[in-house]
Design a protein around this ligand. Structure first.
Ligand SMILES: Nc1nc2c(c(=O)[nH]1)N[C@H]1C(S)=C(S)[C@@H](COP(=O)(O)OP(=O)(O)OC[C@H]3O[C@@H](n4cnc5c(=O)[nH]c(N)nc54)[C@H](O)[C@@H]3O)O[C@H]1N2
Ligand SMILES: Nc1nc2c(c(=O)[nH]1)N[C@H]1C(S)=C(S)[C@@H](COP(=O)(O)OP(=O)(O)OC[C@H]3O[C@@H](n4cnc5c(=O)[nH]c(N)nc54)[C@H](O)[C@@H]3O)O[C@H]1N2
Ligand SMILES: [Mo]
Length: 830
């Protein structure tokens, strides 16, 4: 057993292994100071809720409180390991400033009230609006952080009960492009690959994915391969030198917003080098000739000029891909939130189809998820799709749902695509959406162009409901605030980025009057007297298990088939189980498409496809003629420059993203002392050369501004490419830990003050990763300089050049010591 400061050593000890071997177990545990393992009275099953990796863990309970967590060795996802947020993040549950009673706005102020008053007000407003303006006046904006049972219930309420088309998740900001890219290439959402592909791969490509910080346990798996015999070679595409980039055989650092040009060049090179698996493509794909023609002129030299990456480096990357025997690729926000997102992400799928590398060990595409339960938002249809990956444009699919819910098909809106979140915001701005119910998301920090978002959400005429566990920046603008119970306080399932389903059990009671999100939705359905066409209650279930059983019926026969699972089974199985899981396949399914059969036949596909350049939808008859046999589709698009590019006034690219130690708007991680101390305030990363050109140095206070807004941050001279600024988006207006909201940050520390209202035409995912900005020192030397910014040194924000010597290393200290017990004999510190 080792005691490790997991702030200073985020990935802990190595347990190297060779290709094809199982990943050795290592059990990580962290308990509150002063609590011994023998004092833990109960361990409740769960998995991590602070990213999409789905690290299986047990929650330690003593005297009715959560006192720690321990990874589960038997689980396929993490083999016992936990990341820093997994280890320390749970402390937010016990924070004294949790919401414990509903609040309603009275005379401009939010005041406490009872559940009956709050829910009555919501139901009354809903009924009035339905009568005066119809279902289109009501919108629901949810999250990727509730449980499957909650999403399914919300979907049935919104689609079949209220009958509104305005239901979307913050998954629109997160993994809409993952879903869309899978639909466009394979006909249907659903992760083809498996995390175990890392155990076999000889080449691992990371496209805009800082896996070391955002899925640290998956990075531990990769590190253990890298340190073992016959290690894989890494390709990293990221404008910053991230921790994975330091270990890469090839690191391409393109200009933000130019991914598609780079990908078209990689596709061009793979074809030119004769690395196409001709038989596989002939038998299992359509569109090869069109793709080859589309990339014919996309040479490395052409892309090098656009991306500002050496052509020779693009050649080396192509060589890796063309020469791989087992290629595993992951894609995340550096692609999904950047320009031409779907088109770029689809090229990664294309590379796998071209190389015939799908459905076999080591040959996986992972169009990653971000949020822990984003997969469930998507499969349950709380994201602007229909449940069970059904196609809104397919009348048969709508009829199936109408049957299942016992409502008329016309009750389920399907005259056009479900409204996406950015469009819902627009409708609220224009006044046609008059009630917006926000659950489990903090748009006043996380949406682009915050000045606009605040003005929309604070309108008098918009009735806003916010369901959260803290009084967030968004909750402050609400008319009604509902206090939710969260992870550890309620039971439900969720599915990670490689389709592994875990049950998360209630470990303790929620604080005060807080209630599970499911109970809140069920209460609403009851008050609204939502009925089916026979006058029976539309929602027949009353608890999470009932909701799960209802969902199983909805998923039956679809790609995301859950019929072989139950709460009871998930409670007993040693490990999480990957869907599809049916009676015939009780142990679930490791990889999709192993038989070269896709879920793309016209009758079953989730989409009839879209033009990737414009987003224009193809019709059913187009698709029937185009892909009658349901093969995978090799899709292409022409590169165009991003909607906003640097100019004289705003000469730099601004890109945004994450740090290892914080989760999103920090409502949880700022309340975990070890995590908060590791990254206490916002910073801006820039290269040494760029800093010098702008007259800035490490620790200077600078103002970053765009055409929309500005923020202030201390400079970290880091390994980011010239011409680019990187700002973490975690920091809102409230300086949270303990006490009432502190408005010190009002001057602006939120990256989204500056980001642009623009989105990918196909997935509608906003563009958080590419806009134009400028930076200047804040006048007044007294406030302007600190020795160093407080940005972490263990991550992509590690100091570069001269500043490396100035900056004290990020450490956790005594209260960050956690234990690791490894079964392998060859461990060493990393
Ligand atoms: N620690 C931590 N982990 C998390 C989360 C968190 O908040 N904190 N959130 C979870 C969620 S919801 C998500 S969606 C995931 C996100 O996980 P990631 O996508 O890995 O995280 P990001 O930092 O948003 O972006 C990844 C990288 O994209 C690069 N990038 C920026 N612009 C471009 C570009 O134009 N092209 C390319 N190729 N790269 C670019 C950035 O430099 C950055 O390193 O993380 C999940 N895990
Ligand atoms: N500039 C920039 N902006 C971005 C991104 C970026 O990379 N750059 N990334 C985008 C991405 S990928 C994402 S996923 C979003 C994330 O953006 P948000 O979803 O706004 O971020 P969170 O802080 O996770 O907000 C979740 C909220 O739910 C609350 N909550 C937690 N658990 C529960 C629960 O069980 N029930 C309820 N009712 N509430 C709960 C939390 O307190 C918190 O207020 O941000 C997006 N915005
Ligand atoms: Mo996300």
């Amino acid at each position: 057993m080792a005691l490790v400061d997991r702030i200073a050593q985020p990935w802990g000890e190595r347990t190297p292994y060779r290709p094809g071997q199982p990943w050795p177990a290592r059990v990580d545990t962290f308990l509150d100071s002063g609590v011994q393992e023998s004092q833990v009275q109960r361990w409740a099953r769960s998995a991590s809720l602070l990213h999409s990796n789905g690290d299986a863990m047990d929650i330690a309970v003593a005297d009715g409180r959560i006192v720690g967590v321990r990874g589960r060795a038997a689980d396929r996802v993490n083999r016992g390991r936990l990341g820093p947020k997994d280890l320390y993040g749970w402390q937010a549950n016990n924070s004294p400033d949790r919401l414990t009673a509903p609040l309603i706005r009275q005379d401009g102020r939010l005041v406490e009230c009872g559940w009956d008053t709050a829910m009555q007000r919501i139901a009354e407003r809903s009924r009035q609006l339905l009568e005066s303006h119809g279902p289109g006046a009501i919108g629901f904006y949810t999250t990727g952080q509730l449980f499957l049972e909650e999403y399914y219930t919300l979907t049935v309420i919104a689609r079949a009960g209220i009958g509104t088309n305005h239901l979307d998740g913050n998954t629109r900001l997160c993994t809409a492009t993952a879903g869309e890219a899978l639909k466009e290439s394979f006909g249907c959402d659903g992760q083809p690959g498996s995390f175990t592909d890392v155990d076999h791969a000889d080449v691992i490509a990371l496209y805009g994915h800082n896996v070391a910080e955002t899925q640290p346990v998956l990075w531990m798996r990769m590190l253990d391969r890298l340190d073992g015999p016959e290690p894989p070679r890494l390709l990293v595409v990221d404008p910053r030198r991230t921790v994975p980039a330091e270990r890469a055989a090839v690191h391409l650092a393109p200009r933000p917003g130019t991914n598609l040009a780079l990908m078209n060049a990689l596709v061009h090179e793979v074809i030119r080098r004769g690395a196409v698996a001709r038989d596989f493509v002939r038998d299992h794909a359509i569109g090869f000739d069109d793709l080859a023609a589309a990339v014919a002129d996309c040479t490395p030299d052409w892309a090098a000029a656009i991306c500002d990456v050496p052509a020779a480096a693009i050649g080396r990357a192509a060589e890796l891909i063309a020469g791989a025997e087992k290629l595993t690729s992951t894609v995340l926000q550096g692609f999904y939130q950047s320009h031409q997102a779907t088109a770029a992400a689809v090229q990664v799928n294309n590379l796998h189809v071209l190389r015939g590398m799908l459905g076999r060990p080591g040959c996986g595409v992972l169009q990653m998820n971000g949020q822990p339960t984003a997969q469930n938002t998507r499969e349950c249809g709380a994201n602007g799709d229909l449940p069970g990956f059904r196609n809104w444009a397919n009348a048969e699919h709508v009829a199936e749902l109408a049957d299942l819910w016992n409502v008329e098909a016309e009750q389920i809106p399907h005259w056009g695509p479900p409204t996406h979140a950015m469009q819902m915001l627009r409708y609220a701005e224009q006044g046609s959406i008059k009630m917006l119910w926000i659950s489990g998301t903090n748009p006043a920090v996380s949406l682009p162009d915050l000045h606009r978002v605040r003005s929309v959400l604070s309108q008098e005429r918009l009735f806003t409901v916010v369901q959260d566990i803290f009084l967030t920046e968004t909750a402050e603008l609400a008319d009604v605030v509902l206090p939710a119970a969260t992870w550890g306080e309620k039971t439900g399932c969720f599915t990670n980025a490689d389709r592994t389903v875990h049950l998360s059990e209630k470990a303790v009671d929620p604080p005060g009057a807080a209630r599970p999100d499911l109970d809140i939705f069920l209460d609403y359905a009851q008050r609204m007297e939502l009925r089916d066409k026979d006058g029976q209650p539309l929602i027949a279930w009353t608890d999470a298990e009932g909701a799960f059983e209802a969902w199983k019926a909805c998923s039956a026969g679809r790609l995301c088939d859950y019929t072989g699972l139950s709460h009871g089974r998930l409670r007993q199985e040693p490990s999480g189980i990957q869907w599809p899981c049916t009676e015939d396949r009780p142990q679930g399914t490791e990889r999709l498409y192993s038989d070269g059969q896709f879920w793309a036949r016209p009758a079953e596909a989730e989409t009839y496809g879209k033009d990737l350049e414009t987003g224009a939808a193809f019709t059913e008859s187009d698709y029937r003629a185009w892909n009658p046999e349901g093969r995978s589709l090799l899709r292409s698009a022409v590169y165009f420059p991003a909607p906003e590019v640097p100019d004289e006034e705003f000469p730099l690219w601004l890109t945004t993203g994450r740090t290892l130690y914080h989760f999103h708007t920090r409502t949880k991680t700022a309340r975990a002392p070890q995590l908060n101390r590791a990254a206490p305030e916002v910073w801006v990363e820039m290269s040494a050369g760029e800093a010098e050109r702008r007259g800035l140095a490490e620790g200077d206070l600078a103002e970053i501004s765009s055409a929309r807004g500005r923020l202030r941050a201390r400079v970290r001279v880091a390994h980011v490419r010239d011409g680019v600024l990187f700002v973490p988006f975690h920091y809102g207006y409230f300086d949270v830990p303990g006490g009432p909201p502190d408005r010190r940050n009002q001057a602006g520390s939120a990256a989204n003050e500056t980001t642009i209202t623009a989105w990918d035409p196909a997935s509608k995912q906003p563009l958080f990763k590419a806009c134009a900005a400028r930076i200047a020192a804040v006048e007044g030397a007294a406030v302007a300089s600190a020795e160093a910014s407080s940005a972490p040194t263990t991550t992509a924000s590690a100091p570069a050049g001269r500043s490396a010597n100035l900056v004290p290393p990020t450490i956790g200290g005594p209260d960050a010591l956690s234990t690791s017990t490894s079964t392998s004999t060859t461990t060493r510190q990393d």
